[in-house]
Each structure stands twice: as structure tokens, then as C-alpha cells.
Design a binder for this molecule. Structure first.
Ligand code: NAD
Length: 354
């Protein structure tokens, strides 16, 4: 601790490492004590930005000034660095995905228990505005009983970067984006058991790891959730599509374009059929104007700096971590069930422990 500020040591100064330095500049209770990256050019870049730079990981871990090590390296490095850091007496924040399997996570959890150190994970998309809007709609039952949620992210650039394309580094879209979307759903439905999981993976631009996936989760109480990541989608489907018994909500894009349509309670005695190319249908006929109402999405906005504010509160004041290990383990087991379902083409009975 330096003047009552929590001192961060950042390991990995790539895209996400740099982003953390920006976010942390909005958290006055935290200070970056220094940065280490395995690549010399990245260490030079950090020096040029004015940060103190360690020449080795050991030097950072041996520095008594560092309270918490923030790991922003490729996915396969999180576990060994986290375990070394905790044994060196440091609290740890790992980037997502925390590691590559539930067995690996168990080792990390054991190290946290043995050392009494904080281990938490940067599941920052719990603070995304689009997610917070959907969470509010569901919690306030704006649409009545929600029977289906579709959560998608679609791009058309394939898998970005280098290590994300390789299995050995924990590449692939389930571990990259899936971990965010699944964490959001499980956080929202923290107390509802998942009953079954069915999933398929895509390998359109990459054969080594999945470049997309679709997973269907069924929850007790009768809600089905579709989670999908696509990287070869030249037309994107909406980010969120939520179906309740009393209405439907859509969020189309990151700009939060979308709306809610709800029924008013006015009934239509006689429905005028709509003419389609080769027939008539009453089932699919548009509704009469006065039987539905269009509403704006509620305004909710998150502040991602709250993640680090919480870490500071945990370290300084013994607060509860926002991202808890049992939640991270639940998501990890769900990702394993997704891989298992895709490999066997079977519906998996998920042994959920909530
Ligand atoms: P990146 O390739 O841009 O950066 C990784 C950095 O780690 C590189 O500079 C590399 O030299 C360094 N590195 C590799 N091995 C190292 C080691 N053993 N010790 C020290 N440094 C090492 O990757 P990125 O996009 O910054 O992703 C890093 C992590 O952040 C990944 O786990 C990724 O999943 C995560 N990430 C999270 C989000 C989010 O929104 N939470 C977004 C992007 C990336």
C-alpha cells in the first residue's frame, strides 16, 4: 500500500494491459507500481509511457510494494503466473478466461486458499450497458415470464491476433467471447439451475480451435437461453432478443438501438389474415395497433472502473469480491459442457451447483 492506495503490478502489456492502465487512471484509490512483459519491445513501450518497468517477473513478485498482480497475458499463462504470484504473497486478478479447464481452476483456488490471497477474474462485461438493460428488464419482469433469451455477438473478421488461433494458448471463441456471454447469463440467473446444455462449434476460418459456437441452455423454471458467437457473419443478428409472455425486447447493436413491444391487454376478436406469396395466415398476421405498445429501453449504465474499485475495497477494507470464484467455476464447467456436447453431439445433463 502506498499512501493508502492499492499498488498494482501489471503483467502483460498488450492490448488489454494497455486498456487496464487507462481504466486504472480513473481509480484514484489504485496506483500502478510497475509493469512486466516478456517482450522487450513491450517493456520499452511501457517505459516510454512513463511506467516503472520490471526486467523479470521474479523482480515484480519480490517487490514488497506490490499488493495485487493483474495478469493480462495469453490465456495459458494465467494459471502459472497466478500461482507463483499468490505464493509470493500477492493478491491476483486474472484476465478472462481465468484458465483453460476446471481442473486448472481448482489448482488456482487451492493456491488462493493455502496463501489466503484474493484471486478474482476480470469479468468486465458484467458492467456492459446492454447487459445491464436486459438484466433490469428480466429482474423487473417488464416482459412477464421470460421464456427465451438470445445473446449473440457477430463479427466477420475471423479470429483476431495470433495466440487466439492456437489451442495451446487457450484460443477459440468459447474461451474468448463465450466466457463473457455465459458469465453474464449465469450472473443474471445466479440462483436458477441449468438443466441441459446443447452446443455446436464452427470451424469456418480456423480448424484448430472453434471460430464460433451456438449453445442452448435450459434453466429450471422453463427459460431457454441461446448464446452465440460468430466470426464469419457478414450480417449481424441483434445483440439481444428477449421473449416474455407479455412482450419482446430487442437490442440490435453496441449503440443500444432497440425497443420493447408489449401487449396492452386489448384483444382482437377478428384477425384479418395476411396474404403471403402462396397462401393466407392469421397466425403470422401483424397485430392491430391498439393491442401493443412500443417503449424505449430503460437507461442503465455501468462503469467498468467499478471492477477495480471493488478490488481495492476487498484488499483495503475486506469487502466481498464482485467476481467470486464459485461463479467463475460454474462458467468454466459450463464451457466444458459446451465442448463435450459439441464433440458428442449430445444434450448434456448439466450437474449445476447453485
Ligand atoms: P495481447 O497478445 O495483445 O497481449 C498479451 C501480452 O502478454 C503481450 O504483450 C505478450 O508479450 C505478453 N506475454 C505473453 N506471455 C507472457 C508472460 N509469460 N509473461 C509476461 N508477459 C507475457 O493479448 P490481449 O488481447 O491483451 O489479451 C491478454 C489477455 O486479456 C487474454 O487473457 C485475453 O483473453 C484478455 N482480454 C480480456 C478482455 C476483456 O474484455 N476482459 C479483452 C481482451 C483481452
Amino acid at each position: 500500500m502506498r499512501e493508502n492506495k492499492v499498488v498494482y503490478g501489471l503483467i502483460g502489456y498488450g492490448g488489454m494491459g494497455r486498456w487496464h492502465t487507462e481504466i486504472l487512471s480513473n481509480v484514484p484509490e489504485a496506483v500502478i507500481g510497475g509493469i512486466y512483459d516478456i517482450k522487450e519491445e513491450k517493456r520499452e513501450e511501457a517505459k516510454e509511457k512513463g511506467f516503472f518497468v520490471y526486467e523479470t517477473e521474479e523482480a515484480m513478485l519480490a517487490d514488497p510494494d506490490i499488493d495485487v498482480v493483474l495478469i493480462a497475458t495469453p490465456n495459458d499463462c494465467h494459471k502459472p503466473i497466478a500461482i507463483r504470484a499468490m505464493h509470493a504473497g500477492k493478491n491476483v486478478i486474472s484476465e478472462k478466461p481465468v484458465t483453460l479447464s476446471s481442473a486448472d481452476l481448482l489448482e488456482m483456488e487451492n493456491a488462493a486458499k493455502e496463501t489466503g490471497k484474493l484471486l478474482t477474474v476480470h469479468q468486465n462485461r458484467r458492467w456492459d450497458d446492454d447487459f445491464l438493460i436486459i438484466k433490469k428488464l428480466v429482474e423487473e419482469q417488464k416482459l412477464g415470464h421470460v421464456f427465451r433469451i438470445e445473446s449473440r455477438v457477430h463479427g466477420s473478421r475471423g479470429i483476431p491476433g495470433d495466440w487466439r488461433k492456437e489451442k495451446v494458448h487457450g484460443g477459440g471463441m468459447v474461451l474468448d467471447w463465450g466466457v463473457h456471454l455465459l458469465d453474464q447469463i449465469l450472473y443474471m440467473y445466479g440462483d436458477r439451475k441449468i438443466e441441459t446444455v446443447y452446443a455446436s462449434l464452427t470451424n469456418v476460418t480456423n480448424q484448430e480451435v472453434d471460430d464460433g459456437f451456438t449453445a442452448i441452455l435450459t434453466f429450471e423454471g422453463g427459460t431457454e437461453v441461446l448464446v452465440e458467437v460468430g466470426t464469419n457473419n457478414y450480417i449481424s443478428l441483434p445483440r439481444w432478443y428477449v421473449l416474455g409472455e407479455d412482450g419482446t425486447a430487442v437490442i440490435r447493436d453496441w449503440q443500444l438501438n432497440g425497443e420493447i413491444i408489449r401487449k396492452t391487454g386489448m384483444t382482437e376478436e377478428t384477425v384479418v389474415p395476411v396474404k403471403t406469396a402462396a397462401g393466407l395466415t392469421k397466425t403470422m398476421a401483424p397485430r392491430r395497433e391498439d393491442t401493443i405498445v412500443k417503449e424505449d429501453l430503460p437507461k442503465v449504465s455501468g462503469d467498468i472502473a467499478d471492477f477495480h474499485r471493488n478490488v481495492v475495497a476487498v484488499i483495503r477494507d475486506g469487502a466481498e469480491p464482485e467476481i467470486k470464484l464459485f461463479q467463475v467455476m460454474r462458467v468454466m464447467k459450463l464451457m466444458e459442457a459446451i465442448f463435450q456436447s459439441a464433440e458428442t453431439n449430445q444434450v448434456i445433463e448439466f450437474q449445476d451447483q447453485v
